[in-house]
Design a protein around this ligand. Sequence first.
Ligand code: SF4
Ligand code: SF4
Length: 480
Amino acid sequence: MSTEQLEHRAQPQQAGEQPSAGPLLPAPEHVLSTLESDGKRRWLKPRLSKGKWWHRRRAVAYVLMIVFIAVPHLRWHGKPLIQLDITSREFTILAHTFLPTDTLLLALLMLLAFVSIVFITAVAGRAWCGWGCPQTVYMEYLFRPIDRLFEGTVGKGGNGRRSLSAPAQVARFIVYVLLNMVLAHTFLAYFVGTEQLSTWLLGSPVNHPVAFAVMAVTTGLLTYDFYFFREQTCLIACPYGRFQSVMLDRNSMIVAYDDLRGEPRKKGKHQPNDGAGDCVDCNRCVVVCPTGIDIRKGLQMECINCTQCIDACDDVMLRVGSKPGLIRYSSQDALQGKKHRLLRARTVIYPLILALVGTGFVLALSTKYGFDARIIRGKGAPFTVQQDESVSNSFLLRLVNRSNTEQRYELSVDSPSIELQVIDDAGLVLPIDGTAMVPIQFKFPASLTQGDGNEPVTLRVRDATPEERLVEFRLLGPRS
Ligand code: SF4
Ligand code: SF4
């Protein structure tokens, strides 16, 4: 801030003096990369630069789009590849179903995902933003191409030659809504499964109003995001970009402009350029940027590492007869001529944590039983003395089939003096991921619990594999 500006701000308004017509401090041309000096949204129409990185990213983006659509339809060992059933709190990931009781496994899985993100960011910077994030993938490789199709700038990008007519704008909006409807349905399939989704699709919305509302709201939000909000999601809404400053270090790979090589910029062919750097100040790296920033100002939170400025600048360098790579993947230290260090504290500690957590996860997974069996004491009196003076205890046996096939369970107790009755044995046959509460009763002579009034018992539960679980509990009866 200049001294003049400070003085101007410090002057109190005199009586009778007209208030200043404009802001006290003149705003720069753009306050933010997407905010004009008058506070209006600066709409970005990035030009397209079809260099080698763009082609690589496009190949990755198409594969990711296909994977996203295909995954809910794929089955492995009779289970969905991924299904996040929130209502029954069961998450199936790569044919393993995690139940609410699998707290340790779920916690380890979350920790693995979190540390992986932190590790990838430390090594490869915002590779996720530029290459894998659905916001970037769909924005750059589905919705912007649609814009360019309507605006007649296919393969070029930038501003259209003429503004879109009203019918063309309506047509474009309808295409957006239809595509977002497909995305919303696919998104919903990850939570409810494709069978349930097909039933809903073929039925009337009146029969499933909640699901219909979820789908309609998701379509609306996606359309708002891709049609209107666009790069603002990366700049304002997504927390990842803000965390990057703590996750990156001076040796993390970033998309960066080589200041030492590029500066001072050339002033043009009719002016003296002695000692000038390689940057010809053509502004191509700025007009291709989907977040509207100038990479030459250094590492910025808004940079999603989309590599478009690399492609644009490489093209310019080749045209002016210079070596490509003025903007390139590099690290802050490497750009300053220091040695790029791959081995450093965070690139050693994070993989160690990953290996530890990963081993713990695999061990916990491999020792997971094919079924769960838990016994819950029935409601009411703890025991009943029968007419024949025998004693009975009622329980509910909770069974969960975690195996990949339907299972029939057999129950037995070791003591010959205890009679086991299964009140309703329909629950002893369970489909994949099936759960049942099976009412059971034990009858035994009153002499069994004489003394303390209880007797420890082990119930054997066996499936067809045969896997066995021993459930220990106490029978209650009259004291002597
Ligand atoms: S500065 Fe370059 S890499 Fe970063 S968002 Fe803009 S075009 Fe993409
Ligand atoms: S594209 Fe390259 S040469 Fe052109 S302004 Fe950007 S950095 Fe300079």
